[in-house]
Design a protein around this ligand. Sequence first.
Ligand code: 5CA
Ligand code: ZN
Length: 407
Amino acid sequence: MISWPTPFIPRIGEGAYSSGINMWSSEFERLIPTGSMERADLYVCGITPYDATHMGHAATYVAFDLLQRVWLDAGYPVRYVQNVTDIDDPLLVRAAERGVSWEFIAESETQLFREDMTALRVIPPMAYIGAVESIPLVVEAVVKLLASGAAYWVDQDVYFNVASDPEFGGRSHLAESAQLKIFGERGGDPERVGKRAPLDCLLWRGKREGEPFWESSLGAGRPGWHIECSAIALHYLGQSIDVQGGGSDLLFPHHDMGASEAFALTGKRYAQNFMHAGMIGLDGEKMSKSKGNLVFVSTLRQSGVDPNAIRLALIESHYRSNRDWSADLLARADHRLQEWKSSLAHSRGTSAHETIAAIRSALSDDLDTPRALDAVDQWARKQHGEGDVGGPGLMSRALDTLLGIAI
Ligand code: 5CA
Ligand code: ZN
């Protein structure tokens, strides 16, 4: 499906990342020095379009946008793929509630997401792939898993045998009791009779009365969730990628299941690194459709909030931290934006180089945005004081290129 327009990204000269880009200190103790990758491949789990785009979604996609900007700035060609889970149970539930078709919900919410991403200056993926359009890829993958014995039938459904990957669960490191609990909460069916193991996950759901279905060599039905991302990523990016990303709620079961499915399909470890963004909450609760405590990007935009302020608010704290959205956070970000604007207008010096080096250094250290914003604040304060500092043109371009803040 189509994605959204690429924002203009000014050139500020290629970034010098002499100490390497360390993006994965938290999860995979890897430090990849500049020059060790010919290109950077990224797969980020996309939305399930039934209630988009809330601040949690926005924070996650802005975090991966920063990663892409750092890679591009360091000179890596980036290949970025994202999916849209445009058929899944929540869409059917929402469609029934609203008395409209699930296709209408999927299309309209995906369109809103595109508009929000455009407003937030998020660089689009090179391939934006829907679950529905990838059904042939999923069927091909499931057929292969059945043939190798990594999948099996339960009535008209097909399940993945998680034991076929000896490293299953190796990303989340959860005890089995925790795995079972979370699996049950996040779309899994540990109690299903006929499975070989409670954690085995659905690959293909045979046709049910009243539910949408597609004809295939597996019979009529629709895809399971985890295999959607594995099949899309393997097809569009090949057998190994640098980073798979998403919010931390996807670590288990989604990313563990997907990694094991990819391993069963290729015999190789698929994502070399996983990056997970923290959860955005409201008043101490995770922001989610089921809790009904959502703040939407589109609502804020309609009320006249500058998308730059939304973006600044989302990156005030580190992407990995669980944090709350609040009116105060937005007010602080808006204030900061006004300060930066005023400093750019009043600037009278020449050099922004030190500040740009500080921004690059902070971002290359696991996207340390608090430190990057602090460097800009320091630069901004100096513009109003005495002394020969500044460089507003270059500074303004750097804010856009590196932080996606266009002023
Ligand atoms: N379609 C699947 C992924 S294949 C899905 O999880 N969709 S979603 O709409 O529920 O979430 C889209 C992305 O936003 C995921 O990466 C998810 O981890 C992230 N996300 C969802 N809620 C939050 C939140 N409250 N805070 C931060 N990120 C969130
Ligand atoms: Zn996914």
